[in-house]
Design a protein around this ligand. Structure first.
Ligand SMILES: C[S@@+](CC[C@H](N)C(=O)[O-])C[C@H]1O[C@@H](n2cnc3c(N)ncnc32)[C@H](O)[C@@H]1O
Length: 487
């Protein structure tokens, strides 16, 4: 139900507005926004108030641990409003497909999808207040002057004068009005509302309750798909930014004055995600089960040396060595008696989330993915700056606090990541933590743009200028540290 009276022609009106505003966000930007909103670790309930075809909803659900057919938790945690019936149907289909992909039954997936995606006009219908602690939105952006007349009459009656000039302003005010106290609003949006004179009063009012955190520019050519049909095939004609509005005090103050955007690093170059393989190191459970310190009791053939963040030299971007080994097992091959005896003696210490049906399989499989047989680069997720640590071939990085970048010679990748323009992007994109630390996730790394001139000089010899780092990728057996990388 839309909650609206049935106007004749209302569907056509909504279709007109939808055609003008349905510019969907690519999954990478949605994921980056959810990272910065710290969803779902932050807890509470998430709303996308203009859900389109459900991209935000699916990404938000994907991060939730949901029990099989747990409709109630899914529906409680994630909600989308969308007023265009066709988009509602598409979003419901995609949400249901996502849940079916998680082996839900058809009935449960369908029931969850139809409750998660609600056909509702976010601006003109009643919506619950203080229910959602996280709002994640790419709000519609269209000047009110363009609205079809019969919609505009209702709009002007409902929306406060200072928020009327653009659908975006109305959306921002409505989101601020309904978000839970201490809640956050994550936005992928045009930067104009931060600068325009027509939105000064909106900024002043929002600034009383919110400050701006993690503002960064997006590339309109890659941040969206299905741009406005009148410019089909060309980037959307907006100057997009992504930002989080947090309860006032955390980030930069928002006032009636134009918000300073000048310090933002321009993102130019090739996405690291398009250039290199970027993988999260697996979690293998507590030490002593699949990761051992004393390899003597186990056959050498089933062991690979591992590294964790505490094996990184705090004084330099290199490893200090490795003092632990991971046990390599395959789901389809029962390990030998000594490995089975070891695991059977230790598996009672594995927390439930790490237990697998085949008892000799680790919580997250790495066979075929890691360790790499070529040197790579490892990035610690929690650090004071983006750090590039050479990772020798055959060494297994473990723990979600490490991200592995591979596919090019180490010297080139180290040079890319240490370049000032890339460091500036990483700094601007990273989620701030306490004591000067920040979070550099795999998603963030994929979004870094590597300046074209660095890639062009991938006669890698020029790239690093560091004699301690080899200038070509080397293949190597699954043991030992590379000279220069581990020393
Ligand atoms: C820019 S798209 C964003 C879609 C999706 N959230 C994403 O990021 O990919 C905005 C969506 O808001 C919907 N919309 C516009 N005005 C609306 C309103 N008043 N109430 C509910 N949905 C609305 C449009 O139909 C469109 O699908």
């Amino acid at each position: 139900m839309t909650g609206l009276p049935l106007y004749s022609g209302r569907e056509a009106t909504i279709d007109t507005i939808h055609q003008a505003t349905a510019i969907y966000t690519v999954p990478e930007e949605i994921s980056a926004l959810l990272d910065r909103l710290d969803w779902p670790a932050v807890g509470g309930r998430l709303l996308d108030p203009g859900a389109g075809n459900g991209g935000v909803l699916i990404a938000a659900l994907d991060r939730l641990r949901l029990a099989h057919d747990d409709v109630a938790t899914a529906v409680f945690s994630v909600k989308g409003y969308e007023f265009h019936a066709g988009a509602v149907a598409a979003a419901r289909r995609r949400v249901a497909d996502h849940l079916l992909g998680r082996c839900w039954s058809g009935i449960a997936a369908g029931a969850a999808a139809s409750q998660i995606v609600e056909e509702r006009d976010f601006l003109l219908s009643p919506v619950p207040v203080a229910t959602f602690s996280v709002i994640a939105a790419n709000p519609p952006y269209w000047r009110a002057l363009n609205l079809p007349a019969e919609y505009r009459a209702d709009y002007e009656a409902m929306v406060a004068p200072h928020a009327q000039a653009d659908l975006l302003y109305a959306y921002l005010q409505r989101a601020a009005d309904i978000v839970a106290p201490n809640g956050s609003i994550g936005l992928v949006t045009s930067d104009r509302w931060l600068l325009n004179a027509s939105s000064a009063e909106l900024r002043r009012r929002l600034g009383k309750r919110f400050s701006v955190r993690d503002l960064r520019r997006l590339d309109s050519a890659s941040a969206f798909y299905r741009p406005k049909t009148r410019t089909r095939g060309t980037p959307a004609r907006v100057h997009p930014v992504s930002l989080v509005l947090d309860p006032a005090g955390v980030g930069a103050a928002l006032t009636a004055a134009p918000f300073p955007l000048d310090g933002l690093p321009e993102a130019e170059g090739v996405l690291l995600g398009d250039l290199a393989e970027i993988r999260l190191a697996p979690w293998l459970g507590p030490e002593g089960i699949f990761v051992v310190r004393d390899p003597a009791a186990l056959p050498g053939a089933v062991l690979v040396p591992v590294v964790e963040p505490d094996d990184i030299d705090p004084r330099g971007d290199c490893l200090t060595g490795s003092s632990r080994w991971a046990i390599v097992t395959r789901a389809d091959v029962e390990p030998g008696p000594s490995v089975l005896a070891h695991l059977d003696g230790q598996l009672h210490r594995m927390p439930p989330r790490g237990r697998r049906a085949t008892r000799w399989v680790p919580p997250e499989t790495f066979i075929g993915r890691l360790p790499l047989d070529v040197d790579a680069v490892m990035v610690p997720r929690i650090a004071k700056r983006l750090r590039a640590i050479p990772l020798p071939a055959g060494t297994m990085p473990i723990n979600h606090n490490l991200v592995v970048v591979s596919g090019h010679p180490v010297a080139a990748m180290v040079a890319w990541l240490n370049h000032p323009a890339v460091q500036a992007q990483a700094d601007a994109l990273s989620l701030r933590l306490e004591n000067g630390y920040a979070s550099f996730t795999a998603t963030l790394l994929r979004q870094l743009r590597i300046p074209a001139e660095l890639i062009a000089c991938e006669a890698y010899g020029q790239a690093a200028g560091d004699p301690g780092i080899e200038k070509t990728a080397r293949r190597r057996g699954p043991a030992g540290f590379a000279k220069g990388a581990a020393e």
